[in-house]
Design a binder for this molecule. Structure first.
Ligand code: ADP
Length: 660
């Protein structure tokens, strides 16, 4: 787009086409040329061409090109003194730039409006618009824009005698010189400063600045500017009464202007040389140069130059006493002066006429400004709301993230709590189990050790009380029984400790094959004395072994408990029958008694730690209600089942199963 625009500009610069193409066409160069253009016969044609280009830009919806074409048209109108039309077109440019948000467009529109106002003599307004352009310049990426507007501002300040401000503006340009892409801007600032110094009669400084400007313009091959500067330097030397140097510079200026065939410059240079000879009283040379000046002035249509030539020619001829020629040139001089006054009057009239129209335009400009400001305010408000909404959204996101984070944190801690609770629960259960185990342990000690100890006491009592009556053989039998009982008690204690360990998880019920008939027999032997004391007979007639796979010690404990219970709950003369039978792939062991039996309610309470049912035996034996729980525990740990069949008053049969 930008390159398209540049091509477009190159094509549209008719003002000084050769120069524009020789130099890299920057916007500022384009605009500088626009401002310098003089009214001539091509202006109408150029305006028409702009009209066509504008139409084309509208068709292509190229708003950017439209802004610059409008600026160019406005400047062309201004060059042909059509200030109303100029402002009208420039307002369109400003409007377009405003609605496109094109800062560069606004910048050139302001510059051009300022130009038109200062052309019509409204310096204040001109300055006002230059200041607007100045405010926009730093936002444009090229320092050239700022330098250009500062030069224009400086000249405007100088024109209203704000010399300090003018100095400051031009010096600002010099500060930018390193960044400038178009060095002519620096030369202009130097030349402007030189003029300010000259105005203050500081000729030394003025000369210095003019010379610096000249160096740059020469380097940049700006011939017209070079010639103009040489003329300025010449005039300055003349003011400083250095006539030789003044002459040399005028001569140099003339050469430069002749080389580019710039008639107006040629006229001015010849005039200066003529004046120099006149001052030297070399009237012949003065006349020769002044006549050349008059010719060039005519060719350039420069009335000021002609006025100057005629005035000095008249004076030179007068000095030579050629009154006829003197009169001729005097009358020429007066004619030209009248023409200039007339032109000036016309110009003033024109300016007056445009002034009113421009005042109307000012209202329109102010309106546009207000609209623009309103829009900017609106935009700022929208941006503010947008920022606020973004802020709220960001806050919302932060809050949401925070909530999510807290939720996750809570969930995690809940999970942890649950795990801890479960652990505590498990520990509680474990503690409860341990507690129950402890209770059981003590009760078993009471339950299972008391019986054997009783029989031991009865043996020892027999020995103590009936020692005399007992034969040697009897004593030996009792001693053997006593020994047997003690051994059984020892085994029992071992069993108990093992059970206790099993309860705390410290024992494994590693199964091994053994003869269950043997176990029944051993227990029958062990409890024989206890049964005999209640006159109860234990029957067990099986002889052939019956192998099972279980933990023998724990099964011994079970059998002993069940026989003990049978003795306990069977009155005198009762019978206890032990048996083991194969049933399918398991062995069913049964201990049947002819005792008190039990009701269904009691049966339901058996084998349950939570029920802990216990009744005294037929001989008022005490119990704890834990023996059967121990039996169930041991049988199940060996992979078997335990159950009871019983009828109140008739007796009970306890069964348990074992694997082969
Ligand atoms: P304890 O005998 O110490 O009370 P047990 O767990 O061995 O504890 O027995 C629980 C209860 O079951 C006994 O108190 C008794 O009421 C009943 N019981 C156990 N065995 C028999 C049986 N052979 N005949 C009748 N009742 C029995």
């Amino acid at each position: 787009m930008k390159s398209l625009l540049l091509i477009f500009f190159c094509a549209s610069i008719f003002v000084q086409p050769v120069r524009a193409q020789q130099e890299s066409a920057s916007l500022i160069q384009w605009y500088s040329n626009l401002q310098r253009q003089a009214i001539d016969e091509t202006i109408e044609k150029r305006l028409k061409e702009k009209q066509q280009d504008l139409q084309q830009a509208a068709e292509m919806h190229d708003d950017s090109a439209r802004i610059f074409l409008l600026v160019e048209s406005g400047m062309l109108q201004a060059a042909s003194y059509k200030y109303e039309e100029a402002i009208d077109v420039l307002l369109k440019a400003l409007n377009q730039a405003d609605s496109d948000g094109s800062t560069i467009g606004q910048f050139y529109a302001y510059l051009s409006i300022a130009h038109v106002f200062s052309e019509t003599g409204n310096k204040e307004k001109g300055l006002q618009f230059l200041e607007r352009a100045d405010a926009l310049a730093p936002g444009l990426n090229q320092s050239d824009h700022l330098a250009f507007v500062l030069n224009a501002l400086g000249r405007a300040y100088a024109s209203i005698d704000s010399i300090a401000d003018a100095f400051e503006s031009f010096n600002e340009v010099l500060k930018l010189k390193e960044q400038l892409q178009y060095p002519v801007l620096e030369a202009e600032a130097l030349s402007n400063l030189a003029q300010l110094y000259r105005r203050q009669k500081d000729y030394t400084n003025s000369l210095d600045y003019f010379k610096q400007a000249l160096t740059i313009q020469r380097r940049e091959r700006k011939r017209q500017e070079e010639g103009e500067l040489l003329n300025e330097i010449g005039a300055l030397y003349s003011m400083m009464n250095n006539r030789e140097r003044a002459y040399a510079n005028y001569k140099a200026a003339l050469e430069v202007f002749q080389r580019i065939d710039y008639k107006k410059g040629i006229a001015e240079a010849y005039n200066n040389i003529g004046e120099y000879y006149y001052d030297q009283r070399n009237y012949a040379q003065a006349i020769a140069n002044l006549e050349l000046a008059a010719m060039a002035g005519q060719a350039a249509n420069s009335k000021e130059a002609m006025l100057n030539s005629y005035e000095y020619l008249s004076m030179a001829y007068k000095a030579l006493n050629n009154f006829e020629r003197a009169l001729h040139y005097k009358s020429n001089q007066l004619n030209i002066r009248d023409l200039i006054i007339e032109e000036g009057n016309n110009q003033k009239l024109l300016e007056k006429q445009s002034a009113y129209a421009l005042q109307q335009m000012e209202v329109e400009i102010d309106r546009l400004e207000r609209v623009k400001m309103d829009r900017e305010r609106e935009l700022a408000e929208q941006k503010r709301i947008q920022r606020y909404l973004y802020g709220m959204a960001a806050l919302g996101i932060v809050i949401a993230v925070l909530i999510l984070y807290l939720y996750l944190l809570k969930r995690r801690s809940n999970k942890q709590l649950k795990v801890i609770n479960a652990r505590i629960e498990a520990q509680n259960v474990q503690l409860q189990t341990l507690n129950n185990t402890k209770d059981k342990f003590f009760s078993i000690i009471g339950h299972d050790i008391k019986g054997p100890l009783n029989s031991l006491t009865s043996f020892s009592g027999l020995l103590i009380n009936h020692f005399e009556a007992l034969s040697k053989e009897d004593i030996q039998t009792v001693a053997r029984d006593l020994d047997k009982s003690l051994k059984n008690l020892f085994t029992l204690l071992n069993n108990l400790l093992e059970w206790a360990r099993s309860q705390t998880g410290n024992i494994d019920f590693t199964p091994a094959p053994f003869d269950v008939v043997e176990v029944l027999n051993q227990n029958k032997e062990l409890l024989h004395a206890q049964a005999a004391a209640k006159e109860i007979t234990i029957l067990h007639e099986q002889v052939s072994p019956m192998m099972v796979t279980a933990n023998q010690q724990s099964i011994t404990t079970v059998v002993r408990n069940l026989i003990s219970n049978a003795i306990k709950f069977t009155p005198a003369n009762g019978v206890i029958k032990l048996s083991a039978e194969q049933s399918g792939n398991e062995v069913i062991v049964s201990i049947a008694d002819t005792g008190v039996g039990m009701s269904n309610t009691v049966k339901e309470k058996l084998f349950r730690l939570d029920a802990k049912h216990s009744t005294p035996g037929t001989a008022n034996e005490k119990g704890t209600g834990l023996g059967l729980i121990l039996c169930k525990d041991f049988v199940e740990k060996n992979g078997g089942r335990i159950w009871v069949e019983s009828e109140e008053g008739k007796g009970s049969v306890f069964y348990f199963s074992l694997r082969n």
